[in-house]
Structure formats: C-alpha cells, structure tokens
Write a protein that binds this ligand. Structure first.
Ligand SMILES: [Zn+2]
Length: 679
C-alpha cells in the first residue's frame, strides 16, 4: 500500500481528486482494524466503568472509519467508475458487517450493562441518559439477547442483506442507463417544451448522435410522459420505466423475494411479529399497525377527492376528443392532467423556468436562512469537490462562528446516480475543546445550463433544492455532543420535517421575491403567474396523495402481510395493491417494485418506512403554521425552530421536540387543508 493513501488521514477538507479506486480497499482494511481495536479496548474488562471509558468511547469508536466510508460511498454515488464500483462492492459488506457486529459483541454488551449499573449511569440526564437507554434498546433489537449461535446467524444474515440490496440498486442504475430513445424526425417531438428538446439535443450531441436523445433519467423521462403528444412513445417510456429489472440480465424479482424473506426471518429471530414492528420500534410511529392505520385513515379521507379527480380527467379527455375517446391509460394520465391544468389555469409550469435560474434560487435560499436562523452562507471557489461542477460553501453563525461546510452538485452526469439527496461527511458538535464544525453535501439532477442559458429550474426543482438544503441544515446546525444522536441521525419518520418544511417557503410571495426573477430581464415573478401557480398547487392533490399512499401501503403490506407461499408472485401481489390507488389500469408488464429503490436498495432504508413521507408532511404542514402566524421571515419563529428542531438531532424524543416547538401534538388537519382535501 502506498504510504500516501489519502483515505487514511482525511483532513477536514476532503482531497477528493486524490482519492482513487485503488485506495479504497487498503484504507478501509486499516480503518476497520483500528475501529476493531478500539472496540476490543472498550469491551475488555475494566476495574471501573465510566461514561468516558464506555459510552463516550463507543460514540467516538468508528469516527475515522465512518468519515472515510461516507466519502467512498459518496464517490460511488456521484463520481463512480467501474473500478470504484468494484472496490466499493468489496468493502461495503465488510464495513456493514462491522457495524452489524457492534451490538452483537458480547464483551461490549457486558460493558454497557456494567456501566448502566453504576451510580454515574443512574444519575445521567438529558442526551447522555437518552444515549444509554437507546444503546441498550438498539443492542437488544440487534440481537444482544440472542444465543452465540443465533448471533452468528444474524451477522451472516445482515451481510447477505447488504449484498443483495447493493445488487438490487446497481441493477436499477444499469437498467436505467441502458435505455435510450433517439428521435431523428423532428415531428416526433411534438408537444415537448423547448427545454426538454434542447436537453435531448445536447444529450445526443454528447453521444456523437444525430437528432434528440431521451433517457429514463427524470429530467428526460418526466417531460416525455407529461408533454409528448405521441402516445405510443409515452407508452414505450412508461413500460420501460415500470418494467425495469423485471427480466433479462438485471432481474430484481428474485432479489425482492430474498430480501423480504431475510427481513422476516430477522424480525422473527428478535421476537417481533413482523419486520415493520422491528423497524418501527425506534420510530415516532412505534408500531407497524399505527403506521398502517395512519395511511388507511388518510386514504379514506382522500378517496372521494381522488374519484372526483379521475372522473374529471376522463370527462376532459372526452371534451377534447369526443364522447367515444377511450379510458385513460397510465401513460396518458400525466399528459391529460397537464392539458387540463393548462385549460383550467392557463398555466404551464414551463413558464416559471425563466424565473428560477439556479444561482438566484441558491442566493435567495441562503438569504432566507440568514433571516430566519441568523446564519450566513459563503461560497469558497478555492475548495475543490469531486467534479469541477461541484460548489463548496461555509455556513457561519451570526457571531461569525464556523458551523460547517457543504458541497453542492446539481447536474446529471453519467457517473452519478439519479435523484436528489443530502449526505453527511463529518458530524461535529460541541466538545470539551470547543465546537467542531460539520461537513456535508447535497446533490441533484437538474437540467444543466444549455445553449449559453443559465440552468433554469422548474418550481418542483426549486422545492427539491430547498428540501435537500433543509436536511443539510439539520446536519450543519446540530449542537448535540454525541455523534450517534446528532443532526439527521433521528427517527426516520421525523427526518423529513426539517427538509419538507423548507418547501413551504417556495409557495410564499415574500420568500419568492427573494429569488424568483427573470433571468434576462430581472423582472419579479408576475402576480398573475404567481396566482395561477398557487391555484394549481392543489390541482389533482388527491392523485398525488394516493400515489404516496400507494407506495406506503405496498411497502407495509410487503413487510407485514405478504407470504410467498400463500400470496404467490410478489410483483403481481404488489401490482394488485398499487392498482387500488391508480387512476388507470396498470399494464401486465408493470413491475414497479422491481425498481423500488427506496425499499430495496439498502438493508433497511425506507423499508416499512415509506409512510414516513406522509407522516412528516403532517409534521411540516403543522409546524409551518408557526411561520404563518409569526411571519414567513420571523426570526423569532426561526430561532424557535432552530433551537427545538434543527439543533437538537435525536437528543430528545421527537414527539417531545415537536411539543417544545408547537406547544402541542401534531395535527393532520393542516396537511389536508394545504392540499385542498377538505370538503
Ligand atoms: Zn428528504
């Protein structure tokens, strides 16, 4: 191994370009060995168990491993290569196995129990008491109470689950990239907005092709389904997308079954009725049944509006095409919905793009958080990321204190996965030696600048940028002394509150005026356009809500009810559920779950937890009412949100944090009202 493996001693600013695939394996082996050594040192017999030599040591034990692993995982997601993917594929199971082994380590379990019996432990309060209590629960949930033989089985099971889910995820990425549709006849582009046509042109050029190239990546796929007049092409795209990984060399169907089977086996070994009860013990919902009822309750409240919307859409098509126009197919729904939206509101979302140039959106968002939370964001062009397109920023408190740094990477690349996400590199916080800054990142796949124009976003893109930045603030503003309870390390059904609440500002006139300006004229968003945008917000809200509920219900059904022997083919089983929430009959080759990365691309991820998006929407809609009441730029409300939520991580029960913010428990009425789903 080279003596200059950068992953071994990472400075605060990570030298991304110096990190090569060949560094990954040797560095991770060394860091794993170091973490093992520290683990054994904590677990070894101690004359006196103290907070410092047991719990604090446990919290700090794997920090350098965590950071290096986060960096490698990130590079695999945002700057991958065949070599890096291979190296990651080798080390990921080892690292996951190490993490999985921690709560199964008998000496460590003994050490934690010995400490828990001390007077020091009994006198703990606040975050330290919570850390001890949660550690004990986590150990038990991970199998600390199992026999040595069963512990071995559990370890092997976790490793297998990590491998299978990684394979699932790579299959989806590859299957998505494999598809392309090249158009050479301009007439076949009819209906598409110029931005989609330009992007397709650039994509073709980049591949050395004539014409226009379309893919299954969201910025290409979504406009095709929404605007393209040619129905057979929409059908082709829809079927290609919804049948990804349901056959051929990238078949995920067998993986889905195996993943579900392993999860069920795991829950049963630990004494839980099913996987949802195991996962939700540590969540705000507490139990699978509560999440299930939460979704069914929302479904019942949404269904009448959903049926009305579907009838309206069919009637609209028949208005356009005559009374014998056929019923809608799934690839028609977005298309006619967009036409109906335009007819009803004379509003085309594309009209908004010129008002949302990326740079202004970012500047406005940073100004917003300065007003609300008293923090400033400064760009530093001298700090390099993992690609020349990556930007670096510093976040400072009102007194100038450096709270943390973050990277932003907004445009698609071949070596980058789809979607938008936030991740943490380093978790800082208060220490005896002072405050240690955090380091994180946010990524997206927006339409890049083309033809000399700046990147112009859709309003949904703007919400996505705000959303990911909300996650990042949760990380960067954390003031929790323990890494394990800091920042976004919170219950999964609580983690979307800081992100989703940010989206609310994208709908407020005063907030939009900070950044929504025409990229050529500098003109503010015209009032008429704003009014239409607001009116369109609740357009087909029941369909949007049913879609989210369909994913949540399918996910819980798979992890609570599905029995392969009784229920048969898992794709057909899931399709039957999804059908109940769909505006159109799903085609035979529909196999959405074979590409359902939220639930199957990692050992837990959103498995049995997809409901948490809606759950968090209840929280965010409700919490935003504080800003409605005090003003959308209210520093008072902002500082209360910062102090009770953004700085607190998981240092207290999330239900308690929410009460500290609002003075009461969450109320779902605000969500239904915001969506226009009230009679
Ligand atoms: Zn999120």
């Amino acid at each position: 191994m080279s003596e200059q493996n950068p992953l071994l001693e990472l400075p605060f600013q990570i030298p991304f370009t110096a990190i090569q695939a060949a560094h990954v394996e040797p560095a991770m082996q060394v860091l794993l060995a170091r973490a093992e050594e520290r683990l054994e040192a904590i677990a070894a017999p101690h004359a006196v168990r103290t907070w410092d030599n047991t719990m604090a040591a446990l919290d700090a034990m794997s920090e350098d491993l965590d950071v290096a692993f986060a960096v490698v995982r990130h590079l695999e997601a945002a700057a991958t290569s065949p070599e890096l993917r291979e190296a990651f594929g080798k080390i990921e199971p080892l690292v996951m196995a190490f993490y999985a082994r921690i709560p199964l380590h008998e000496g460590l379990w003994r050490a934690v129990q010995e400490f828990a019996a001390t007077g020091e432990a009994k006198g703990l309060t606040g975050v330290r008491k919570r850390y001890l209590d949660k550690t004990i629960q986590n150990f038990l949930r991970s199998g600390a109470g199992l026999s040595p033989e069963d512990k071995k089985k559990m370890e092997a099971l976790d490793v297998e689950l990590a491998e299978l889910t990684t394979k699932f995820s790579q299959n989806v990425l590859d299957a998505t990239n494999e598809f392309e549709h090249v158009v050479t006849d301009e007439a076949m582009l009819k209906g598409l907005p110029p931005s989609a046509v330009d992007a397709a042109r650039e994509s073709a050029k980049a591949k050395g092709l004539e014409g226009w190239r379309f893919t299954l990546q969201a910025p290409s796929y979504t406009p095709v389904l929404t605007y393209l007049d040619h129905a057979p092409t929409r059908e082709k795209f829809y079927r290609a997308y919804m049948s990804r990984c349901s056959g051929g060399t990238r078949d995920n169907r067998e993986l889905v079954l195996k993943i579900l089977e392993l999860r069920t086996r795991k829950a049963s070994m630990l004494g839980f009725a099913d996987f949802s009860d195991l996962v939700l013990e540590d969540r705000m919902a507490g139990r699978g049944e509560r999440a299930w009822q939460f979704l069914l309750d929302l479904r019942a409240k949404t269904e009448p509006f959903f049926e009305r919307e579907n009838a309206e859409l069919l009637a609209f098509r028949r208005e356009l095409e005559g009374p014998s126009a056929p019923a809608l197919q799934p690839w028609d729904v977005s298309y006619y919905a967009e036409k109906l939206r335009q007819a009803r509101y004379d509003f085309d979302e594309e009209q908004l793009r010129p008002y949302f140039p990326m740079e202004r959106v970012l500047a406005g968002m940073y100004e917003l958080v300065e007003r609300l939370y008293g923090v400033t964001v400064e760009r530093d062009p001298a700090v390099a990321g993992w690609d020349p397109a990556v930007l670096y920023y510093r976040l400072k408190d009102s007194d100038g204190a450096f709270l943390g740094g973050f990277y932003a990477d907004w445009y698609p690349r071949e070596n980058k996965r789809g979607g938008a996400w936030m991740d943490a590199f380093r978790t800082g916080g208060p220490t005896a030696a002072g405050f240690v800054p955090h380091l994180g990142l946010m990524c997206g796949n927006m339409n890049p600048p083309v033809g000399g124009k700046p990147a112009l976003l859709t309003h949904r893109d703007v919400e996505t940028v705000f959303h990911e930045f909300g996650h990042l603030l949760h990380h960067l503003l954390s003031k929790v002394e323990l890494r394990g309870l800091a920042g976004t390390n919170v219950a999964w059904d609580f983690v979307e509150l800081p992100s989703q609440i940010m989206e609310n500002w994208c709908w407020e006139r005063e907030a939009l005026d900070l950044f929504a300006r025409h990229y050529e004229t500098g003109e503010a968003l015209p009032e008429e356009l704003f009014r239409k945008m607001k009116a369109a917000r609740t357009f087909r809200a029941a369909n949007a809500q049913m879609r989210q509920l369909s994913f949540g219900v399918t996910d819980l059904a798979l992890h609570r009810h599905y029995d392969a022997a009784r229920d048969g083919d898992v794709v057909a089983y899931s399709k039957a559920i999804l059908q109940q929430y769909s505006a159109a009959p799903l085609p035979d080759d529909h196999a959405m779950i074979a590409g359902f990365t939220h639930v199957f691309a990692s050992p837990v991820g959103y498995a049995a937890g997809y409901y948490s998006y809606k759950w968090a929407e209840v929280l965010d809609a409700d919490a935003f009412s504080l800003f409605r009441e005090k003003g959308v730029f209210s520093r008072e409300a902002g500082m209360r949100f910062r102090g009770t939520i953004l700085e607190r991580g998981d240092s207290e029960d999330p239900a308690q944090l929410f009460r500290a913010l609002m003075g009461r428990d969450p109320d779902p009425a605000a969500l239904l009202e915001r969506a226009g789903l009230v009679a």
